[in-house]
Structures are given as C-alpha cells and as structure tokens.
Design a protein around this ligand. Structure first.
Ligand SMILES: *Cc1c(COP(=O)(O)O)cnc(C)c1O
Length: 400
C-alpha cells in the first residue's frame, strides 16, 4: 500500500519547485514564491479528485480528525461514536477535543455495525465516525441514514482508504466531512500530513481558520498581520514540501490502486482454496482500494493452524485480534484509564469523579470476527516470484 514504493522524478520535480523559491510556508511571501502554492494546489486537486467542493490540508490524519471535530463544534460533555476496530488516532482525537469516545462492534465488513450503532446513540452523541478500515468501505449509506434521523453529523475516517469508492463516489464524501492521512505507510504519502474534505463551505472556513491560529485569511492592506480572527485557533498547517509531494502522489493514486487490486486478486484466488474460508464483505468490490487482503477461517483454532502453516513458510499473516494499536481489548492504556495528567483527565473529572470506564469484554462480536480473520498487506510492487511463493504457501495451508 505505501506510496513510498514509487517515489520518482515526479516527486523530485515538485519538491525542487519549492526549494527553488526557498518558501516553505503555505501563506504569504508573495514576491519570493513566484506564484508557487503547493499546499493550496494540493487541496484543490485533492478536492477535485474526490468530487468534494473544499479541502483543508493539515499536519496529519490525527489532526485532521481533531480539526474536523472542533469545527463541527464537538467538545466537553459530548459523546462521539466510532468503531472498536480502528487505529488509536480515531479515539485519541475524540479525547483531544474533550469529548468521550463510545465504541461500536464491527460486522463482516470489518467496519461499523449499523445495528450496534443504533443502540449506542444517546442524547449526548454529537458525531459519528465510521472508519473505512484496511482500505475498504464501511456501510456508510446505512450509517448516514441512521445519523440523519437523529440530526447527527457523520465524519468518515478515510485515513486508510484514499481513492476508495462506492459506485464511483469517493469515500469521505458520504458524510458531512471526510478525513485522510498521508503518513509514511498510507496509500499515498507526504511523510506526515492529512486532509479534510467537505461540501460545506462554512465548515471548511471554520477549519481553515482554526488550523491557522484563527487567521481569517481575508485580503487586507496589512497582509497576514492585519488579518482578523473570529475565535481562538491553533497551528496544524501543512508545509509546502508536503504539498509538493502530495501533488505528485495524488497523480499516481489511481494507478497505485490498480496495481494493488491486481496483486490482491491473485492472492485472494489462492486463499479461496482454503477449506471453509470466507472473505470480508465488500460494499463495492470495484471501489476497494485493495491495500489489504483479509480472509476469515472457520474458527479461532482453524485460524491458528492456518497461520502457523503460513508462518512456517515465511508468510505469517496479521491477526488483528492480537494487535495492540488497532483493536479495543488490546488498548490497555484506554481500558486502564491511563492519562499523562496527574488529575487523570480525560478519564477522571476535575471533581475526582470517574467520567467513563471501559469494559474489556464490551465488544464480543468484533472479538469473534477478528479472532478468526487473517490479513496480508498488499503492496504496489509485488514481484511475480513473490506472489507465486505466497500462493504456494496459501495452497499448502489449504488442507491444515
Ligand atoms: C493512520 C490513521 C490515522 C492517523 O493518521 P496520522 O497521519 O498517522 O496521524 C487515523 N485513523 C486511521 C484509521 C489511521 O489508519
């Protein structure tokens, strides 16, 4: 999946455009920069690619979530619902704005279970964050429909599924807004970086201002120093070098996905020979960004046998039930309420009362699904010999 596999002349050229001007800041320096605005161009091209009207670049996928939640008005006293199978950043961002994360089960899409979502909505729910995990779609139509009944905005965490689609429509454009990550291991990368897309001009404006210390970016004779501010913000600005790399990577995104889809289908075919195997439900197989192949075995024991066989042949797969960064029961720092603050916030209220306690057994359906599911990361450059070796390994595991 990682775009770093295909860094080339395109990235170098974009970077040199920036170094030739010496301007790394995305705003100001109007004379020196010779008309070069890489972050602005990247935002425009990314929005256009996704079919959204606005995009806001930021420093990471984590800050994209925080900036979006802040602009949506989520804060202390609020609850935000997300899924128990995601990267820790999704719920860290919820704590960052002072709100409390509430976790749903995942279903066979390996993403938010809409039926469980219905049970978790309360009068305090202010946002719902389905995550398009491992490159593929959550049941976002159903999720948006449920959220709309309650007037709750949906933020799609699309960090792992840039370029993914449903019926040709891009992930990240179904809800109120969608966030993306361009960190070093994501499908397209700028090293560090993130983006929020939305069709809501006012929401975009709030994000643009908040991510840059409140600057309203209105042209005025005093330049940047003379800009007004509606509210207090912070700094989550992307810099020009990242914007430059992003432009080159975005231009390659569809071809990266096509390469991944090809490699994935070869491995999926081989994995299909394992007796009793089943595959993750894909809402739209054509729109899968194909960064991962996931396959489920008959039960936990069968899964262990198959993975032992794969490991013995040098191609052990990931079992996310055991992964400490992506699955709820393994987030011991969350479950134990560990905070950097002596006060214990966000787990303990200023008065000393517990705000929330997380039960490690709270998501049995997700635990059952993930315990029997194996995952291979798919990359862009997979040589024929490697694919052949992996297929042979899978075929050998078919009868264990
Ligand atoms: C990577 C990731 C993030 C965070 O992105 P960073 O750019 O690494 O901060 C958020 N959510 C999910 C699901 C991710 O995989």
């Amino acid at each position: 999946m990682p775009g770093f596999e295909i860094f080339g002349e395109e990235e170098k050229k974009e970077i040199m455009d920036v170094l030739d001007t010496g301007v790394l800041f995305r705003y100001e320096f109007n004379e020196q920069r010779k008309g070069i605005f890489k972050v602005k161009d990247f935002e425009n091209k990314f929005a256009q690619y996704c079919g959204a009207s606005c995009a806001q670049a930021v420093t990471s996928g984590s800050t994209a979530l925080k900036v979006a939640l802040t602009a949506l008005g989520v804060g202390p006293g609020d609850e935000v619902i997300t899924q128990g199978f995601t990267f820790v950043a999704t719920w860290e961002a919820i704590f960052e704005v002072g709100a409390i994360p509430v976790f749903t089960e995942v279903d066979n899409t390996l993403n938010m279970d809409p039926d469980d979502l219905k049970k978790k909505i309360s009068s305090r729910t202010k946002c719902i964050i389905p995550v398009h995990m491992l490159g593929a779609q959550a049941r976002v139509h159903e999720i948006v429909a449920i959220a709309s009944e309650h007037g709750i905005p949906v933020l799609e965490d699309t960090a792992q599924a840039a370029g993914g689609r449903i019926g040709g429509k891009h992930l990240g454009t179904f809800g109120k807004c969608g966030t993306f990550s361009f960190d070093s291991v994501k499908t397209m990368t700028t090293g560090e970086g993130g983006m929020v897309i939305t069709d809501d001009q006012e929401l975009w404006k709030a994000m643009s201002e908040y991510h840059d210390h409140g600057h309203d970016h209105v042209l005025n004779p005093g330049g940047r120093g003379g800009e007004g501010r509606r509210f207090v913000g912070f700094n989550y600005r992307m810099m020009e070098l990242q914007g430059a790399i992003g432009l080159a990577q975005l231009a390659k995104l569809d071809s990266m996905i096509a390469a991944q889809q090809k490699n994935k289908s070869i491995l999926k075919n081989a994995a299909g020979r394992i007796s009793g195997v089943s595959f993750r439900n894909l809402v739209d197989e054509k729109g899968d960004s194909a960064t991962f192949l996931t396959f489920s075995l008959q039960d936990r024991e069968h899964c262990r046998r198959v993975n032992n066989s794969l490991k013995n042949d040098g191609f052990g797969a990931i079992n996310f039930a055991e992964n400490s960064w992506h699955f709820y029961p393994e987030w011991e720092h969350l479950l134990e309420g560990k905070s950097v603050l002596d006060s214990g916030f966000p787990f303990i209220e200023p008065g000393g009362k517990k705000r929330i306690v997380y039960d490690p057994q709270a998501l049995p359906q997700s635990a059952e699904i993930l315990a029997k599911t194996l995952v291979y990361p798919i990359s862009i450059n997979m040589k024929d010999e490697l694919l052949d070796d992996m297929c042979r390994t899978l075929e050998k595991a078919a009868s264990v």
